[in-house]
Design a protein around this ligand. Structure first.
Ligand SMILES: Cc1cc2nc3c(=O)[nH]c(=O)nc-3n(C[C@H](O)[C@H](O)[C@H](O)COP(=O)(O)OP(=O)(O)OC[C@H]3O[C@@H](n4cnc5c(N)ncnc54)[C@H](O)[C@@H]3O)c2cc1C
Length: 487
């Protein structure tokens, strides 16, 4: 199908573009998708970089949201053959002297490992776990409707205030528990503490003990492949290597669904946007950057504390106080020698990723917006501090500075992998203050990227909610189409 015959054109095939396309195709629309890069998936791409047998996740690697979000619960990845593999330890936080905080999937084991802070950890997580689905649906919503589970919403509010202020970490006695929790807070990529990062903590931290922080076998691409298969089965057509530069290229389609950042919309729409809306888009702020590093290594990471080697995700940020300092400096645009770094050795959870004694290691560092520094030495020294000898295991490496991230994905402006700063205002009113954040003033044109609510991560909810909004408004369809595997 060419764009001429499509009812809906989707620009960008990240998880949100794909989720929108799944929903629209399931509603019976003829959907054409356009992707600038040669492969689909956006943040869900997995490719061989140094060795044809070893694949690396170019962006996302760990998928708490794909295991829990409303869109993916309905889409049902496991029923489509996506093997979500759960590490025994969801995430770990090594500290100097071989100490480490460990967030086991099993809440009680986590509490036992945290000694005097165990009871406090249980208190923080238990109530959220008892309302987990409500918590997920409230945080990963369009943030415009009343919550379906008011108790869950109240709990999120309470925890957000606690984690988003100095109260959260101050309640712990030991450094391990405080660092463990702050490492989760740092996922929000911004000044610490902040109210916006508090909500991220409430969501992510409790999921580690619930639906988990899994890695899909074979890499993140398997999620994109499952979504693409469903789209194709429902008549959708993909056009890769096709960068859209002007919305008029898609003219015959009645509905345009844009998985792009506000800067992209400004470029594609030119002077057709009403000046007020264009001004609001120009005011949209992008956040600090991430600099990505991929390693090919000869053995598992030699963590000083061997327990860390059983974790799916490892946070390197030092103590609570160190992370607050680093993240706040980074958000202000100041480069630090000890940035927050996330590390994943996927073969720990998915042994098939290690072939012939070689394995991939995935890492990224939080750095100032637009930073141009090669992140490889920075990340190596961060890992060495907690895993002496790691450098000797490295067979090959590739670093992408924050400034280079937008070359393989236009949505990562200045390396901001959140597609917009997670400030209090922008975490709710993204991309502009509006009752329907997905709808633009241009007839039939909708935004569905992570620059719209609920924001970054692989949850598919921005795409799903944008598609539902467009079906309601353009086609009068009020009942969401079923998304599950057909019998
Ligand atoms: C290094 C890194 C690590 C991450 N780790 C995780 C993680 O472990 N877990 C997690 O949940 N999330 C993670 N994320 C975040 C996650 O990948 C993103 O939040 C998510 O992919 C956003 O989805 P999206 O569909 O909005 O946009 P994207 O995934 O960014 O996709 C947008 C797509 O649109 C295409 N595009 C843009 N402009 C045009 C145009 N003009 N014409 C055609 N195509 C266009 C782009 O090429 C891209 O393919 C990570 C991101 C990065 C970069």
């Amino acid at each position: 199908m060419s764009g001429d015959q499509a009812d809906a054109a989707v620009v960008g095939t990240g998880p949100n573009g794909l989720a929108a396309a799944v929903t629209l195709a399931r509603a019976g629309l003829r959907v054409a998708l356009y992707e600038a890069e040669d492969t689909i998936g956006g943040g869900l791409r997995t490719e061989a970089l140094f060795d044809r047998d070893i694949v690396h996740d170019l962006c996302s690697a760990v998928h708490p949201m794909a295991a829990a979000s409303r869109f993916f619960r309905a889409f049902d990845l496991p029923a489509r053959g996506v093997d979500l593999r759960h590490p025994e330890i969801s995430y770990a936080h090594p500290l100097d002297g071989g100490r480490a905080g460990l967030a086991h999937r099993d809440l009680e084991r986590t509490c036992a490992g945290l000694g005097r802070d165990g009871a406090r950890w249980r208190g923080l997580m238990r109530s959220l776990l008892d309302h987990s689905e409500g918590v997920v649906d409230f945080v990963l919503s369009g943030q415009r409707a009343l919550p379906r589970d008011p108790v869950a919403a109240a709990l999120v509010g309470l925890r957000t205030l606690e984690h988003g202020t100095r109260l959260g970490a101050a309640r712990f006695h030991g450094e391990e528990a405080a660092a463990l929790l702050t490492g989760v807070t740092a996922h929000a990529l911004g000044r610490l503490p902040s109210i916006a990062s508090g909500a991220v903590t409430a969501l992510l931290a409790h999921l580690a003990h619930g639906t988990g922080w899994p890695l899909p076998a074979g890499g993140s691409r398997s999620i994109a492949d499952a979504m693409a298969a469903d789209i194709t089965a429902h008549g959708g057509v993909f056009h890769t290597g096709r960068r859209i530069t002007d919305l008029r290229e898609l003219a015959p389609a009645r509905l345009l669904m844009l998985d792009i950042a506000p800067r992209g919309l400004l470029e594609l729409a030119g002077d057709r946007l009403p000046p007020r809306y264009a001004r609001a888009l120009r005011r949209f702020r992008y956040g600090p950057g991430a600099a990505k590093v991929d390693f090919l290594v000869s053995e598992p990471i030699p963590w000083a504390n061997p327990e860390v080697g059983r974790a799916g995700t490892v946070h390197l940020g030092g103590t609570h106080a160190e992370m607050v300092r680093q993240e706040t400096l980074t958000a202000r645009g100041v480069r630090t020698d000890e940035p927050f770094v996330l590390v994943v050795d996927p073969a720990v959870t998915d042994p098939g990723r290690a072939v012939g004694g070689k394995r991939p290691v995935w890492a990224y560092a939080h750095v100032p917006h637009g930073d141009r520094t090669d992140p490889v030495p920075l990340v190596l020294s961060r890992i060495e501090r907690y895993a002496p000898g790691f450098t000797d295991t490295v067979l090959a490496s590739r670093g992408i500075p924050a400034a280079g991230m937008e070359h393989h994905n236009a949505n990562y402006v200045g390396g901001d992998i959140g597609a917009g700063a997670m400030t209090l205002t922008q975490s709710v009113l993204r991309p502009v203050p509006s009752v329907d954040p997905y709808r633009t003033p241009l007839p039939g044109v909708y935004l569905c990227s992570a620059s719209t609510p609920p924001g970054p991560s692989v949850h598919g909810m921005s795409g799903y909610l944008a598609a539902l909004s467009s079906l309601r408004r353009e086609y009068g369809v009020r009942v969401p189409p079923p998304l599950g595997v057909r019998p």
